[in-house]
Design a protein around this ligand. Structure first.
Ligand code: PLP
Length: 409
């Protein structure tokens, strides 16, 4: 008799955003005349920019000609894109990454979720709290945890990110094997300084651990001293993997393109102590389970690195960062404690003691959708995440409603 993977039964509530969507749908059904404004899910709202669309069209036109048609491409991505990434995202920032160390994919959600399958079951895993829920859930699905007790899975080490440490987890006192880090952080918008990242890299090297560094929001960093890549840190090429995405950088959430960087110097031991290049393991996985990103999408992604493309996508992120500034200003003026919004598109707001209660109240009284902080981890309890991804007028209207709600308190 066929049976399900029992680990799926350990998963706590349904995926956070599914629960939010269900609540919003129920509210709209009960109140059809109310206009709901969404500052919840981190999805972009501005369209693709002109030079990227042009490149996209060019890629499609090539597929329509006998002489330029392409079938399956390299699973790892076309050289023209991998070379552009290496040059502009890394070399230009003084980080050493070669095109052969870059694996183009259809999303960082898949890459951050799939990466754990390269490792043994008995790992000591450190995951920030709060953080993007995919890291925890995919390790639960893979059977690396026990049951959840009071919102935390047995067997995982949670790295608390709280006001006390400026939302950057402290270096653990115990030895961990696999550490997930996410900066700029979803949901807090916090960033790690060079010194903080260096401390993590030193820790990883000391314990022969691996850091999985999710930099999906690197394009939103505005403070010049904050590193965009972990490979700007000395020693990271021995102990880190980095995930990047075109989703938020260039409005690709519906187009789908991302990449993962694995230095050829990251070596991982097998049971006999023999070292393997992590890059070779991921290459084996990637080329077995993935058949490459569509050619026109890769042509469009490469256009992000042209002079014109760079200007255009900077305008996109600037637009969202101005929203973030307005959000943070309104929250602060209302006398609430807020962080983020300066180097990331999220503002993290202390909204009482119960996140879902705050979510419900804001939905019912202001018809604004935010994201309950507790959905990102137990340290998120009492917080809400306000996303900067929306049209300016909608953000302003939502902030007007929120300000009125907060003034009544
Ligand atoms: N990593 C983080 C921290 C995210 O917040 C998101 C999306 O919200 C992703 C990865 C997923 O990105 P992608 O659209 O490339 O799958």
């Amino acid at each position: 008799m066929i049976r399900i993977n029992e680990n799926y039964q350990k998963l706590q509530a349904s995926y956070l955003f599914v629960t939010v969507a269900r609540k919003v749908e129920a509210f709209q059904k009960a109140n059809p005349d109310k206009k709901i404004l969404r500052l919840g899910i981190g999805d972009v709202t501005l369209p693709l920019t002109p030079s990227i669309v042009q490149a996209f069209h060019r890629g499609v036109d090539e597929m329509a000609q006998d002489s330029t048609f392409k079938g399956y491409g390299p699973e790892q991505g076309y050289a023209f894109l991998r070379e552009a990434i290496a040059e502009h995202d890394f070399e230009a920032r003084g980080a050493k990454v070669g095109p052969h160390e870059i694996f183009v994919s259809d999303g960082s959600k898949c890459d951050t979720g799939n990466f754990q399958e390269l490792f043994s079951q008995d790992l000591k895993i450190g995951i920030p709290d709060p953080v993007y829920p995919v890291y925890v859930d995919t390790n639960v699905m893979a059977g690396r945890t026990g049951l959840a007790v009071n919102g935390r899975y047995e067997g995982l080490t949670y790295l608390n990110a709280t006001k006390a440490n400026d939302f950057v987890p402290d270096i653990p006192s115990q030895a961990l094997d696999l550490i997930y880090l996410c900066f700029p952080n979803n949901p807090t918008g916090a960033v790690a300084t060079r010194a903080q990242l260096k401390a993590w890299v030193d820790y990883a090297r000391q314990h022969q651990a691996l850091i999985l560094f999710d930099a999906a929001y690197a394009a939103f960093i505005r403070s010049p001293e904050i590193p965009h890549s972990i490979f700007e840190i000395e020693g990271a090429r021995e102990c880190a993997v980095e995930f990047r995405s075109f989703s938020k950088t260039a409005g690709f959430t519906g187009v789908r393109c991302a990449y993962t960087v694995i230095p050829d110097t990251v070596l991982i031991s097998d049971e006999q102590g023999k070292k393997h290049r992590l890059l070779d393991l991921w290459n084996r996985r990637h080329s077995t389970k993935f058949n490459g990103v569509s050619y026109p999408v890769q042509v469009a992604a490469a256009a992000v690195y042209t002079d014109q493309g760079k200007k255009e996508v900077r305008q996109l992120t600037d637009y969202y960062m101005e929203n973030a500034r307005l959000i943070r200003q309104a929250v602060t003026q209302a006398g609430l404690e807020a962080t983020g919004g300066e180097n990331g598109p999220y503002v993290w707001v202390k909204a009482g003691s119960d996140s879902w209660k705050a979510f419900d109240e804001i939905l019912e009284k202001a018809q604004v959708v935010v994201t309950p902080g507790s959905g990102f981890g137990t340290c998120g309890e009492g917080y809400i995440r306000i996303s900067a991804f929306n049209h300016r007028e909608k953000v302003q209207e939502a902030l007007g409603r929120l300000t009125r709600l907060w003034q009544q308190k």
